[in-house]
Design a protein around this ligand. Structure first.
Ligand SMILES: Nc1nc2c(ncn2[C@@H]2O[C@H](COP(=O)(O)OP(=O)(O)OP(=O)(O)O)[C@@H](O)[C@H]2O)c(=O)[nH]1
Ligand SMILES: [Mg+2]
Length: 444
């Protein structure tokens, strides 16, 4: 028999209430040992919990029961809302550990059972983890939409279409002697493959939006030595993250801070000032700076977005920094302490007086928001795992499009469905074929 699993569902530590969840075939049985109350399903019931071994009172709790299949795991489930102190929690967990067939749950095991019992597919299960880890509003929205099945529906839709094409391709193998017109098959298979291929390509070419949002947007601050990069990261983080000094070449290592920028998760990087003459210098001291500059340039390349910071005291814009300007960057003039206007087409700020910082934040969040504009409209791929499987599916579809014989084409389509099916963990080609063939007029 399946184990009955239990675990603290709320966080460790002292709190008003703690929730202990029990799921499995014996969840109701252990409840009846802990309490002699009656528990109508899905209703909150106030109950005294008594340890059956020694008759001592564990706690007064609110207990809610769920019967399959209408529970998170799809199994019999009991949720105990107890007082959130260490002693209370431990005495309930201890009592449960003594029950027949009960054991502590492994990490993620409740969700795993929900998947195994068909309540969630893999993308939804991943979204549950993302939702728990979400730190900003945008991450939360992304996780909720995926949990609601946005990705599953998209992928399942492709798989269904491919299976229909597969059914035609197989029909051609089986009914070849009966002169199934080749063109007719071709006209059913090819357009479907081309269509799904285009859709997958569009989905893959989304600039990694979902992955970026899930992991946080990387913004690098790049500029000449002494432009005030470290002062800016301190101002934006509102704490003393980086050393600031009037010595050119203060920052060497890349420093990072995590911020919530108007709902978007941002990792901000402070980097070494770009002083190109250091790259060729051979003195030990300068080699350290040279290494710092190398890392700065690498960060500039990896970042999703760059703040190119210019020193307003300079006569002209620092050319090495200006060189890095592209669509995903914003130019900023620092040290405009009295609200002066800096270089043309830049945002003027002063990290010292605070002038223009709000404007800068607004601009950066507008730009980052633009990066994610469509995320609410079309579901985004959130994991490298999804990307790999889709690339694989594309390869199979491509082969099918160029296949010579019906059975080769059918095999490649079958493989492409499998690749997509691995993302959701759901699509069994044979099952789908059964469904399709049921109302597929193959005999006609
Ligand atoms: N007047 C004025 N000075 C500033 C401002 N921001 C920074 N500074 C000064 O500029 C100098 C350099 O600042 P940092 O923040 O260390 O500059 P950085 O770009 O990190 O420099 P490196 O790490 O050496 O590349 C320091 O003396 C700061 O006090 C500002 O808004 N106005
Ligand atoms: Mg610095």
């Amino acid at each position: 028999m399946t184990d009955t699993i239990y675990a603290l569902a709320s966080a460790q530590g002292r709190a008003g209430i703690a929730v202990v969840r029990v799921s499995g075939p014996q969840a109701m049985e252990s409840l009846s040992k802990l309490s002699d109350g009656t528990f109508p399903v899905r209703q909150a019931v106030l109950a005294q919990l008594i340890n059956p071994d020694n008759g001592s009172l564990i706690d007064e709790a609110i207990v809610i029961t769920f019967h399959p299949p209408r529970s998170y795991t799809g199994e019999e489930t009991v949720e105990y809302n107890i007082h959130g102190g260490k002693a209370v929690r431990e005495s309930l967990l201890n009592a449960l550990s003594q029950m027949d067939g009960h054991r502590m749950a492994e990490p993620g095991e409740f969700t795993r059972r929900a998947y195994e019992n068909g309540n969630l597919d893999l993308t939804q299960a991943e979204a549950v983890a993302d939702l728990i880890h979400a730190e900003t509003e945008a991450q939360k929205q992304l996780a909720l939409s995926q949990m609601g099945g946005a990705l599953s529906n998209l992928y399942q839709g492709w798989a269904d279409r491919l299976v229909k094409a597969l059914a035609y391709a197989e029909a051609q193998i089986d009914f070849a002697e009966e002169d199934l017109p080749e063109d007719e098959v071709k006209s059913h298979v090819e357009p479907v493959l081309t269509h799904v291929m285009t859709q997958i390509t569009g989905h893959l070419n989304d600039g990694n939006r979902g992955e970026i949002l899930r992991e946080g947007i990387k913004i690098a601050i790049i500029g000449a030595p002494n432009a005030g990069k470290s002062s800016l990261i301190n101002a934006l983080a509102q704490r003393d993250v980086a050393i600031v000094s009037d010595m050119a070449g203060t920052t060497r290592d890349v420093l990072e801070v995590h911020l919530d920028l108007n709902g978007f998760p941002v990792t901000l990087y402070d980097t070494a000032g770009l002083r190109p003459e250091q790259l060729s210098d051979e003195h030990a001291q300068d080699q350290i700076e040279a290494e710092g500059i190398k890392r700065a340039l690498q960060k500039a390349q990896e970042a999703d977005f760059k703040i190119l910071l210019f020193d307003g005291k300079d006569n002209e814009m620092h050319p090495q920094t200006l060189n890095l300007k592209d669509d995903n960057s914003i130019c900023v003039t620092n040290k405009m302490d009295d609200g002066e206007t800096g270089f043309a087409d830049t945002i003027s700020i002063s990290t010292q007086s605070g002038y223009g910082l709000d404007n800068l934040i607004d601009n950066v969040s507008r730009e980052t928001k633009a990066l994610f504009e469509d995320i609410q409209n079309s579901p985004s791929l959130t994991r490298a795992r999804h990307r790999e499987a889709l690339v694989e599916a594309q390869e199979h579809i491509d082969r099918a499009l160029h296949g010579f014989s019906p059975d080769m084409i059918a095999e490649d389509i079958r493989m492409s469905v499998r690749s997509i099916g691995r993302i959701t963990g759901r699509t069994d080609v044979e099952d789908l074929l059964d469904i399709i063939f049921r109302d597929f007029c193959i005999g006609k």
